[in-house]
Design a protein around this ligand. Sequence first.
Ligand SMILES: [Zn+2]
Length: 60
Amino acid sequence: MSERAAPFHCPYCGDEDLRPNEQGHGAWECGACNRAFQLKFLGLLARGLKRADDGGDERI
Ligand SMILES: [Zn+2]
């Protein structure tokens, strides 16, 4: 698994003009809205890859 995950769209304005930020480690900056943000991998979900499209997790 690659350590770097590249976003395809800015999470704020949705533009694709993203470039790596000099802070590194998942830091990106958007050329369209001038925002800098950071992606962080939090870990795998305990519930696995099952899709939660049946109304949520209320039965757990
Ligand atoms: Zn943006």
